[in-house]
Every structure is written in structure tokens, then in C-alpha cells.
Design a protein around this ligand. Structure first.
Ligand SMILES: Cc1cc2nc3c(=O)[nH]c(=O)nc-3n(C[C@H](O)[C@H](O)[C@H](O)COP(=O)(O)OP(=O)(O)OC[C@H]3O[C@@H](n4cnc5c(N)ncnc54)[C@H](O)[C@@H]3O)c2cc1C
Length: 597
């Protein structure tokens, strides 16, 4: 086996271990890749149960009052610090432990309710929302999900009030996008009472202000020379914990403390292991699923701010004796921001509901949400920036800060390129395995193989012939639902064709993967939008409103999303990929040659 094959085998083994734990219900996104519309997960549009809605409204009212009075995002940016008074206030309102069970002092909120709160913070200050996410969405998440009762009892009460803070430490110099390449070592002590941790972590939000850090380190796999990642609960008062840089100066979200630290022979008691030994990557990825959902909520909040700012300026600034809003090229931007903000909220709500309703595997959907909302928000900010012209460039308006703050979103918690490739590859795995079944049987016919191949062939064939039903309740949405069904069939056909055409090399063809992932993301986004419109029409009807709510922005989203899907799928056969690869290769090799001279 050559080195490349070895690396591929290692990656496949890791992915198998992480993603395919056993038989699970077919999720929505995986269903799309098989030509199905798994409607139960997305329709009807999820609503927060009435009992929790009252509590949520109360938290939101208190939160708004506090943020209006005490949060100054421009000052946080200037001082590159979130004042302790703000952290204490968020703790008082309950934001720092919203999803923690009540028995540990939390609010016991669902992920959907939590997202509504994060959206509110994301509307105002990205530093603060990233701080809350680092603490609550990922910092204490492993403890919430994988901690034992004793661990929760010991640590959670102070963490959910904000008296103590949490952080999540995965990234290292050699383990950025390649998260599985963690180098930090955790050696068990001879008496088995503790582990000895050595290594460095970098780019860790809250590292310097946290009292409890979830740290990923490598432990030996008993009976072999291999190692696997394990999650540990580390506190900065442990001897050997060294803060190398408390606040690395940076472009945006300046209020957050992003740091580097080293662990040098730090003794961590075995009672501080979170989750099963050797399953730290699974722990980390599950934690990040939650982080990516609140990412979507924060981006939704920021997109709504973009819309408000854009409308305010377009209605008041006059040029050529007209308001800016009278120009079509400004209208176009405002309409697009409104459409995207509607979709981002819908997608966040549906994804959060997957978690709340106990879907076992929602990794694809959270990855889609993260990539989609962060890319759309970047466009929204760019659009509103343009509408404000020169004034956007100056620091008296929030736009230049919003621009700087938003740039991390496409990089953090999984760079969008990595997640895009992941979406395509994990999604295509189901149909790919069916094709493999057929291929293997054709090469080596057997009775058992024939029946499996027959079933797989029938599945593939029926998915390419049948248009899946998209069961909306509102009559006026039937045409769009049918269009979505036809696009899913078209998508499935395109996925099958790509798998048959490229076979195993598709694993490295990221330009093909990107189109497939983009189409899948837009199919998911359109589904969430359609479900949301349907829910709103039905809700208005039940409440006796004869006038249907205004859905012009949502309608625009569907038009644009359907057009994008057709474009991505057409690009699979009509593209400049060869020229792109050739030009990049030429640049990369000529630069290497120049450097060698
Ligand atoms: C402000 C900030 C806060 C952070 N907070 C935390 C935290 O709290 N906890 C934590 O553990 N980490 C944190 N991180 C780290 C963050 O998650 C990583 O920066 C991110 O995962 C990318 O890793 P990297 O920076 O090493 O980039 P690299 O892995 O070097 O990647 C650089 C670029 O290469 C491209 N790329 C990489 N791999 C591929 C691929 N397979 N296919 C195509 N393109 C690829 C992508 O465009 C990517 O952006 C934070 C980072 C920042 C900047």
C-alpha cells in the first residue's frame, strides 16, 4: 500500500468509526441523496411548545432589557474585552446555562428555544454571541452530553450561572481542519489514578478566562501501539497549565479572548475523563453539532440587523433626487437580504428541532446550516455595506465592525470547504454503497449477492423515476412543492450519474463535490422555507386571519434557490474544472520552482 492509500484507509476508518455507529433512522439530508423526501422531520414546521414559549418570552424580555441598557458592542470592540458586568448580567438572565437541566441550575431549554435567545444576541454583538457559544454551545456541552451525574453535580452549578466559564479546546498547530490529527498526549499514570497531559492548544476562545476547559488529547489504545482521542476536563489551576498568550490580537470578534496554552505534565484525575476513553473525536463532533446550530441562530440575528440597517438607509439617503430605495440595484440587495434572513431562520429552527426531537444523526444538516448561513451572512453584510457607500467604511457606524466580525464564521468550527466536501461525501455514501453492491455482484455473481443487488438496483431506479411527494398543507404552495419534488429527483439523478461516471476518484474531486453539496444545501434550505411558509399560512388560518401573511421575501428565496440548484446541477456537466485545475497546478508548481531557485 502506498502512502496515499494508507492515508485514505486511515481517513475512511476514522470516518466509519465516527459517523456510522449502527443502524439509524434515515435523516432528511441523507434521504435527499437517495431521492427521498423524509417529510416527518421537516413538516409541519416545528413550533416551541406553549409551556416553554412563556418561559422563553420571559427570558427574551429580560435579555432585551439588559442588552439595551448594558451592552455596548462598539466599546467591546474598542476595548477588545467583554466587561465582567456583561458576563454577570448574561448569567443572571440565565443565558449561560439555558439548555442545562433544571436540577443543575439551568433552564432546561430546548435547542430551538436556545437558538431564539442566541439570535437576539447575534443581532447586536458578535463578540458576545461567540463568547456565549464558546461557553455554552461548545465549552460545557461535552459535560452536558457525556458527563456522569457526579461530574455534572460537581461542575455545572457554577458554570450555568457564569460564576465559572467554560472553553472547548480541540485546535492545535497540526490539528486545524484536520481535527483528528490531535498531537496532545495523555499518558495514563502507573497506578491508573490519573492521566499526564502534554502538548499545546491554540486559537481557543475563552481559554484565558475559563475555569473549565474541555481538552482533546491522545490516549493509548490498550493492547495495541495505536492511540485515540479522549476528552478531558482540565482546570487552569492544575500545576503545569501554562497560558502562553491570553488574547491573541485579531481582526474581528475582538471582545473574545482567543488564546494559546500549554499543558506540561499536567496530572488530570481519571474522574475528569468526559465520555468513553478513545471516543473523544465522536465527543468533539457531537459538541460541534450543537455549536453549528447556534452559529446559524447568531447569523440569522446578524442578517436581520443587516436588513434593518439597509431599509433605514435606503429610505432616507437621497441621491439623484431619489431615495436609494428607488433604485433597482438597491432594491435587489434589500430583497436578497430579506429572502436570506427568512431562510436562515427557517433552517436554524428546523435543524434545532432535529436535535430536540431526538434524530440520531444530524451531522449533515448542522454542517449544511453552518456553511449556508455563514456564506449568506457574508453576502448580506457585503450588500448592506455597499448600500451605505463611503459611510460604511467609518467606525461611527457598526458596519465595518460587522464585516470584520463576520469573517471568522466561514473558518471557525470547521472551515466551509472542509464541511462542503464532508456534506457531499457523507451524503453520497448511501447511494454509493448501493452501486457498489450492484457492481460487486456483477463482477462476482452469487445468490445472496444477486438479491441484495436487485434490491439496491430497484431502489436506485425507483428514486430516479419517482418524483417524491412534498406534502404541504396550503393549496397555494402546491406548485412550489411539486417543483421542489422534481428538483430532488433531478438531484438524485445527478448524484447517481456522478457516482457512475467518476467512481472512486470522486473522493478527491472537490469541484464536483462542491456542486453536489451546494445543490443539497439549497434543497434543504428551500424545504425549510416551504415548511415555514406553510406553517405560517396554516397558523394564520387557525387564528381566523383571512389575509395571508406577506411572503414575498420567502417566495423570492424559493425562486432564487431553485434557480441556483438547476445551475449547480448543470455545472456538473458544463464547467471549466479542467482549466481551473490546470491553472492552479501551473501557479503552484511554478511558485515552488521559483522558490527552489
Ligand atoms: C477567532 C477564532 C476562534 C476560535 N475558537 C476556537 C475554539 O474555541 N476552540 C477550538 O478548538 N478551535 C477554535 N478555533 C480554531 C478554528 O476552529 C480553526 O481555525 C479552523 O478549524 C481551521 O483550522 P486552521 O486555522 O488550522 O486552518 P487550516 O486547517 O490550516 O486550513 C486553512 C484553509 O485551508 C482550506 N482547507 C483546509 N483543509 C481543506 C480540505 N480538506 N479541503 C479543502 N480546503 C481545505 C480551508 O479554506 C481552510 O480555511 C478558533 C479560530 C479562530 C480564528
Amino acid at each position: 500500500m502506498n502512502k496515499l492509500d494508507e492515508q485514505r484507509q486511515k481517513e475512511i476508518q476514522q470516518a466509519e468509526e465516527l459517523l456510522f455507529a449502527g443502524p439509524q433512522a434515515l435523516g432528511f439530508a441523507k434521504g435527499l441523496f437517495q431521492g427521498h423526501f423524509v417529510s416527518d422531520w421537516v413538516m409541519p414546521y416545528p413550533r416551541i411548545p406553549e409551556a416553554q414559549q412563556g418561559e422563553l418570552d420571559q427570558v427574551l424580555t429580560e435579555l432585551r432589557k439588559f442588552l439595551n441598557a448594558d451592552l455596548d458592542p462598539a466599546e467591546i470592540d474598542r476595548q477588545a474585552d467583554i466587561p465582567r458586568s456583561v458576563i454577570d448580567g448574561l448569567g443572571r438572565v440565565g443565558v449561560l446555562g439555558l439548555t442545562a437541566p433544571k436540577e443543575y441550575g439551568g433552564h432546561g431549554f430546548s435547542q430551538m428555544a436556545n437558538c431564539k435567545v442566541l439570535e437576539e444576541i447575534g443581532r447586536r454583538c458578535a463578540s458576545t454571541s461567540v463568547f456565549v457559544n464558546a461557553h455554552h454551545s461548545i465549552g460545557i456541552r461535552a459535560l452536558l452530553l457525556f458527563g456522569t451525574h457526579e461530574q455534572k453535580q460537581k461542575w455545572l452549578p457554577k458554570l450555568v450561572t457564569g460564576e465559572q466559564l467554560g472553553a472547548f479546546a480541540l485546535t492545535e498547530r497540526e490539528a486545524g481542519s484536520d481535527a483528528a490529527n490531535v498531537q496532545m498526549q495523555a499518558r495514563p499514570s502507573e497506578d491508573g489514578s490519573h492521566f499526564i497531559l502534554n502538548g499545546e492548544k491554540r486559537y481557543i476562545t475563552n481559554a484565558a478566562i475559563a475555569h473549565e476547559l474541555t481538552v482533546m488529547a491522545r490516549t493509548p489504545v490498550p493492547g495495541s501501539d495505536k492511540t485515540a482521542v479522549t476528552a478531558f476536563l482540565v482546570t487552569p489551576d492544575m500545576p503545569g497549565f501554562e497560558m502562553l498568550e491570553a488574547r491573541m490580537p485579531k481582526t474581528g470578534i475582538k471582545g473574545t479572548a482567543t488564546g494559546r496554552f500549554a499543558l506540561r505534565d499536567v496530572k488530570v484525575p481519571k474522574e475528569n475523563v468526559l465520555g468513553p476513553i478513545g471516543k473523544g473525536l465522536k465527543v468533539a463532533l457531537t459538541v460541534l453539532d450543537f455549536g453549528r446550530t447556534t452559529f446559524g441562530a447568531c447569523c440569522t440575528g446578524a442578517a436581520k440587523t443587516c436588513l434593518e440597517l439597509a431599509i433605514a438607509h435606503a429610505n432616507t439617503r437621497r441621491q439623484f433626487n431619489k431615495t436609494l430605495g428607488e433604485f433597482e440595484l438597491v432594491k435587489k440587495k434589500i430583497a436578497r437580504i430579506a429572502a436570506d434572513a427568512y431562510a436562515m431562520e427557517a433552517m436554524t429552527t428546523v435543524t434545532a428541532a432535529f436535535i430536540d426531537r431526538g434524530l440520531e444523526d444530524y451531522m449533515l444538516e448542522t454542517a449544511m446550516l453552518k456553511v449556508f448561513t455563514t456564506e449568506r451572512l457574508w453576502e448580506c453584510i457585503n450588500d448592506v455595506f455597499q448600500i451605505y457607500g463611503g459611510s460604511a467604511y467609518f467606525t461611527d457606524l457598526p458596519l465595518e465592525r460587522m464585516l470584520r466580525d463576520a469573517r471568522i464564521n466561514q473558518i471557525g468550527e470547521g472551515a466551509n470547504e472542509v464541511l462542503t466536501s464532508f456534506i457531499a461525501l457523507v451524503g453520497m455514501r448511501g447511494p454509493g454503497m448501493e452501486f457498489k453492491e450492484i457492481y460487486d455482484t456483477m463482477m462476482k455473481p452469487s445468490r445472496d449477492g444477486m438479491s441484495k443487488a436487485w434490491a439496491a438496483g430497484k431502489n436506485r431506479l425507483s428514486a430516479t423515476v419517482l418524483v417524491p411527494d412534498v406534502p404541504v398543507q396550503s393549496e397555494q404552495l402546491r406548485a412550489q412543492a411539486r417543483q421542489l419534488g422534481r428538483l430532488i429527483r433531478h438531484f438524485n439523478f445527478a448524484v447517481n450519474r456522478a457516482l457512475i461516471t467518476y467512481r472512486e476518484p470522486i473522493l478527491d474531486m472537490q469541484l464536483v463535490q462542491e456542486r453536489i453539496a451546494n445543490a443539497a444545501m439549497d434543497l434543504f434550505a428551500s424545504t425549510c422555507v416551504l415548511s415555514r411558509i406553510d406553517g405560517e399560512i396554516q397558523f394564520a388560518g387557525r387564528n381566523g386571519n383571512s389575509v395571508s401573511p406577506d411572503h414575498s421575501a420567502a417566495d423570492l428565496f424559493l425562486h432564487q434557490s431553485f434557480r441556483r440548484i438547476r445551475g449547480f446541477l448543470a455545472g456538473l456537466t458544463d464547467n471549466d474544472d479542467k482549466a481551473v485545475i490546470a491553472a492552479a497546478k501551473s501557479c503552484l508548481t511554478s511558485h515552488t520552482a521559483e522558490a527552489a531557485e
